[in-house]
Design a protein around this ligand. Sequence first.
Ligand code: EPZ
Length: 433
Amino acid sequence: MPQYQIGYSPRLSGEVHVSTAKNAVLPILAAALLTQEEIILHQVPQLTDVRHMLGILRSCGAEVSEENADVRIRGVSVGSPKENALLRTMRASVLILGPLVARTGACVLSMPGGCAIGQRPIDLHLKGLQKLGAKVEQEGGTVQVSGALKGANIYLDFPSVGATENLIMAAVLAKGVTRIENAAKEPEITDLCHFLTAMGGRIAGAGTANIIIEGVESLHGAEYTPIPDRIEAGTLACAAALTEGSVLLEGARTDHMRALLFKLSESGVICQEDVRGLRLRGKARHPMEARTLSYPGFPTDMQAPLMVVATQTHGLSVFLETIFENRYMHVVELKRLGAHIRVEGQLALIQGGRTLNGAHVTATDLRAAAALMLAGLIAQGQTTVSDPAGHLMRGYESLEDKLTVLGAEAKKLEDRINVSKKPANDGEFMAAN
Ligand code: EPZ
C-alpha cells in the first residue's frame, strides 16, 4: 500500500516541468480505436489510469507499444474488450463506447460503477448515442450499444465532459452532420478535437457550447502531443501559494487556468505568465470564495487542493461544490491535521489561520490524495499519507518527486506489502478519475 511522508516545508522554490494532461490523454487514447492506421502519441505521462487504458485498448484487439514516453497504437481490427475487469478500474473506460460503435457498429461494456466522489451515471452518453440512431440495451450491469450512426442534433441536459467526448467520437464517423448543444468546453475536449482533426475529422466549434461534426468515411493515422495538465499545474500552484516561495511551472498553459489564477491572485499570490510557463511568488493570505462550475468556471478537480490553501488564509473562506455530490471526503482528514472546516451539504466553511500539525491521514480519492500531500507541506512535523487504493499515482506523475525538486521534504515509502496490481473487483468502489 503506497504511503507518502511529507515534512514541514515552508519555502518552495525552483522550477518543475508540468506533465501532459491525464484527462486529455485518456479520451485521445480511446479515439485511437477510430482508425486502423497507426497513432503515435508523445510525452504520455506514466500514470496508472493511462496504463489501464492501454490495457483496455489491447483487450479490444489493438496493438500497443510503448517506448519511454512515446506510445504507438494500431487498431487494425478491434471489438468490444475481451475482459471487463480492467473496465471496472476506472470510469474513463466508458470513453471507448463512442469510438467502438462508430468504427464497428457495436460495443458491449460492463456499466462503470459509481465511485468515491459520486454516482457518476452515463445516461447522457447513452441518450446521445440513441439520438445518433444507436440501439441501447442494458442488462445485469452490462450495456450493449449497436447500430449504424447517423448525424443528429443533440442537446446535453448538463455539459458533461465525458458525454461530450464520447458523442464527438461517435459522430466523427456518422453519416451526416451532428450538432451537440450545451457541450462541455474543457480544454481537454478542444485537445481531443484537435487530435481528431489531425486524423482527418471535420469538427467546428471545439471549446464552445455548440460543436458541429461532419461525419467522414474513415480516419487516418496521426502523430500528436497532448496539452499540459492544468490540474497538476494547479496543484503545484497551490503548493507554491502555501509557502513563501518562488516557483516556475514549466509548460503550464495559463490560458487553461484563469479561474484558479484569479482566486490565487485575489488571495495575494503573484501569478505571472512567463514564456516558459507560469511563475508564482508569495503566499496566499486573504480568504476566498470558490464555487465549482463547468469550464471556464472554477474546476471541481481543484476544490480539494485550493481548500488546503484556504486553511492558511486569515479569515473565513466559503466553498460550494456544484459538480459532484460527494467531493468533501478530504475534509475529515484535513480536520485530523487541525484544520477548522465545517461542511453543510454542498457548502464548506473554512476558518483559516489555524496551524496544522502532522498526523497519519488516508487518501479517499485522487484529488483528496493530492490535497493531503499539500497539507503535509505546511503541517508542523511529519505527515504520513496512506493511499491504499493508489489514488495519487492514477493522476499524478510522481507528485512527491516534483515537490522535492521544489525543495519540499516529500518521499514515497516503499510498499510494505506487495499490493496486487489487480484492478478493483466488483464489490469495491471504483476510484474517481
Ligand atoms: C471528467 O469526468 C473528468 N475525468 C473528471 O476528472 C472531472 O472532475 C469531470 O470531468 C468534471 O470536470 C476525465 O476527464 C477522465 P462529467 P466526467 O461527465 O466526464 C453528471 C479527476 O479528478 N453526469 O462532466 O465523468 C455526473 O454525475 C476526475 O481527474 C450525469 O449525470 O465528468 C457529475 O455529477 C474526477 N450523467 C457531472 O455530470 C452523465 O451521463 C459531471 O460529470 C454524465 C455525467
